[in-house]
Design a protein. Sequence first.
Length: 382
Amino acid sequence: MSSILLVSTDAALARSLGESMKAAPGFALAVHAAGVEAPVDPQQLAQAQIVVVDLDAGRRDHLVALQAMMMQSSGQTFIVVLSEPCSDAVQRWFLQIRVHDFLRKPISGADVLAACARLMRGALEPPTDHTQVACFLPAAGGVGNTTLAIEAAMQILGAASDKSSVALVDLDLHNDACADYLDLEPRLDFAEIGESGERLDAQLLEAMMTRHASGLALIAAPSVAGQLRQIQRAAILRLLDTVAARFENVVIDLPRMWSAWTDDILLGADRCFIVTDMTVPGLRFARRLTEQLNARLTMKAPARVIVNRFEQRFIFGSGLKRGDVAQALGGAFADAIPNNYQLVREAIDQGVPLETVKPGNNVSAALRRLVLARPQEERRAS
Ligand SMILES: Nc1ncnc2c1ncn2[C@@H]1O[C@H](COP(=O)(O)OP(=O)(O)O)[C@@H](O)[C@H]1O
Ligand SMILES: [Mg+2]
């Protein structure tokens, strides 16, 4: 039996956690309803395996109380902090004082319980690798961003041992390209998950995703024709947190237009590819965009450019070769993907992945090389 002590004045959260625990017989709950400001009974603290502390990270007295609680608890107790999004400095401090997990509010009881269960499991098993997130950002319209994002997801899936562990998330909310290209119904409903995504949990996510025959999970919302969609940053972040908790590999199709949440997505991604075509303005803009992004944001790995629909042809008044394209992009060149109009066209019209149309085609092969490259190889290549 694992006992959880919830330190929170949030009665709704306590109720929701209590509800979720009915289905989890291995857990027992105690609640310190006076919150972090009121001292916790040392005996209650000593009995808990996991202490979940709900606090306001902007309040120094709350942080001091957390620290006191940590000093009081034994080294074997897991401490989980719940707070609204907070500054990097405070998050670093949580790491330094060895908080075991940090969860963003608003959060459901089911998600708190899932985090506790993860901690308890982690205490027994070595940690598994975290979710790998790759995002695709177009430098211009119609450069093939969606085509490459889908194919990248398919290649990652092809290499994965668990065929249900890969998700494609369509954040280009103003068309249904991912769903259309795969001939699937988009089922994500932003109205139902709530303004800031507060109603979304693992179960609802399961109901709102669509499975492709290959096993790929598509997370996409139907577009509303002629309407500009403004989804709250909190809802998008919560969506991605929930997706990342469920899947080992996530591929994101980002829109060209910047939103309030675009930076967050890029910062959370392990890899970011800027997709451009082979036009001179396309290459120039992709280089500028990549350089600016890499200067402005400290991403896990620098963004790099994929040149799509590559072919040897006359541009700049002379034959433009792969090496010239790489040079035009400075150090940001990731790879070139061949132009194969007929193949891509056929795949889109049939609503199937490229390899269903033609196994071993040159576009899939080039993407496979790129997305399955080990990080060292990538570093060498760039
Ligand atoms: N490698 C490629 N070779 C030939 N045509 C391509 C290739 N990649 C994409 N296309 C075509 O480019 C068009 C735009 O693709 P899409 O993936 O929808 O771009 P975006 O998401 O950037 O708007 C589509 O008609 C698609 O068939
Ligand atoms: Mg697209």
